[in-house]
Design a protein around this ligand. Structure first.
Ligand code: MSP
Length: 470
């Protein structure tokens, strides 16, 4: 039986439109899905939108719309955005789908009946931006470091609690012990260490319902409460498979997320799954943040780079390349239009675009016939991709393969050659270019397709530049 590969993005809040941050996660996930498909695995790629909770309700109110109307509008925009970046997901889940809502209620009832949920009182500082209670140690100068413009609110209410603490030893064991049946991995190492440290420092039970948030899924046994939006959201990874009849895909091979939602994915989600007797995902890849020209991206600074802007300026594959080749893995990555422009011109307009154009022109002029050649994935990209190192992977293709093609052209000077000698050099170059485009499929899918068509042979002709210079 073919290996399977189930990969997910976080489901994004519909209180804002997709920007480069959301795009980075989704593009990385898409590249992984495409790579594993190329390996012949049975692949499933899930994304979607997180539509409940007070952040969303608040955004709807600001927009002067009912939550229902508001979420329908924003989620439509999300769906329209992803194809602009050549994203090909298998399913787009919405947490306001009644089928999802019902499955969430069933799940929560199951662990309630098991005795893992009890009623208690919560008192603490709540950050609406994060949709979570903060502890003293989370605060920086009395404010949430991620949402410094929103004052954390004192909240006190009766909630239902999940017995998270009970799962602490099991989680530590699952992480540390490779032969544990529940073993799961967190990449990169820095994030793994963070999770282990948090777990060993001791964790408390966590509230899973809200008394004052109306825009949510009612708690089945106490309709005055709604299910905490984060519990509702995490469950999407499983409900989507049930809704579409794709249970074969569970457990996920990889959940791709960023560091802001580490706690929910690496601790709460895993404990909920253990409680419900469901297998744990294999890996969680936690990337870092983009900053823009040295500053945190935010509406108030006015430096948000939207997906539409990126695509307008660099094209879909251009944007994919710029994001993946500057991917913020272990630490935050700083980008901006001026840096992107330079990289675009150097690596795409020159680099790849130039090599392809030069060789095509020489082939056209030569009039030779070019027979098909066999391409395969470079073995060297297996390791970096296995560790979610997109920068290294593309770096290899550009610095080792594209640069080698350029060097070959410069050294052999095909324009000074003719006859058999010219044919040998061009054949070699054509083979290399086909090989490069084959390997670009997961990252620059439309570009790879274009090159493949152009270089299919027997005749090879000049075409429009792949990446017009800015
Ligand atoms: N709805 C929750 C996730 C629920 S998953 C069960 C949520 N949504 S979000 O819209 O805020 O998206 C957060 C994610 O967006 C991050 O984890 C990351 O993938 C991406 N990013 C948002 N801003 C980012 C940057 N500045 N840089 C890189 N990625 C960022 O949290």
């Amino acid at each position: 039986m073919a290996k399977k590969f189930y990969v997910t993005t976080p489901i994004y809040y519909v209180n804002a439109l997709p920007h480069i941050g959301h795009a980075s996660t989704t593009i990385a996930t898409d590249a992984l899905a495409r790579y594993h498909k190329l390996l012949g695995e049975r692949t499933y790629f899930l994304t979607g939108t997180d539509e409940h909770g007070s952040t969303v309700a608040e955004a709807a109110e600001k927009a002067g719309k009912s939550p229902r109307k508001y979420v329908d509008e924003v989620t439509r925009k999300y769906r329209k955005t992803w194809p602009k970046l050549n994203i090909e997901y298998d399913y787009f889940i919405r947490t306001t789908d009644p089928k999802h809502e019902k499955l969430v209620q069933e799940f929560i009832t199951k662990i309630y009946k098991k005795g893992d949920i009890y009623k208690g009182r919560y008192e603490g500082l709540y950050c609406i931006g994060c949709e979570k209670f903060l502890t003293e140690s989370d605060l920086v100068e009395g404010k949430c470091p991620l949402h410094p413009n929103r004052k954390p609110e004192k909240q006190s209410e009766e909630n239902y609690f999940f017995k998270l603490k009970k799962y602490q030893p099991l989680l530590i064991k699952a992480l540390e012990n490779k032969s544990d049946p529940r073993h799961y991995e967190i990449y990169p190492r820095e994030r793994y260490n963070e999770v282990i440290k948090t777990l060993k420092g001791g964790i408390e039970d966590t509230s899973i319902s809200r008394a004052k948030v109306e825009w949510g899924i009612p708690l089945p046994w106490d309709k005055k409460q709604t299910i905490y939006v984060w519990i509702d959201a995490l469950l999407n990874y499983i409900t989507a498979l049930k809704i579409t009849g794709n249970q074969w895909a569970w457990p996920a091979e990889v959940h791709v997320i960023a560091k802001d939602i580490l706690w929910f994915h690496c601790i709460i989600w895993q404990a909920l799954l253990i409680s419900a007797g469901i297998k744990l995902p294999k890996k969680i890849f936690v990337h870092s943040y983009y900053t823009i020209d040295g500053r945190k991206m935010s509406k108030s600074v006015g430096n948000v780079i939207s997906v539409d802007d990126l695509v307008k300026r660099y094209g879909a594959d251009g944007a994919r390349y710029l994001i993946l080749s500057t991917f913020p893995a272990s630490s935050d990555g700083d980008v901006g239009y001026s840096k992107f422009d330079i990289k675009y011109n150097a690596d795409l307009a020159n680099g790849l675009g130039n090599l392809v154009a030069r060789v095509a022109k020489l082939c056209e002029k030569s009039g030779f016939d070019f027979k098909p050649t066999k391409s395969q994935l470079y073995p060297q990209i297996k390791k970096p991709l296995g560790q979610f190192q997109f920068e290294e992977t593309l770096g290899f293709i550009w610095q080792k393969k594209i640069a080698a093609g350029d060097k070959l052209v410069d050294q052999e000077k095909p324009w000074e050659l003719s006859g058999k000698k010219l044919e040998t050099v061009l054949k070699k170059l054509v083979k290399e270019i086909r090989q490069i485009s084959f390997n670009l499929q997961p990252f620059l899918p439309k570009t790879a397709e274009k090159i493949e068509k152009q270089f299919a042979g027997p005749k090879i002709k000049s075409e429009k530049p792949l990446f017009p210079r800015l």
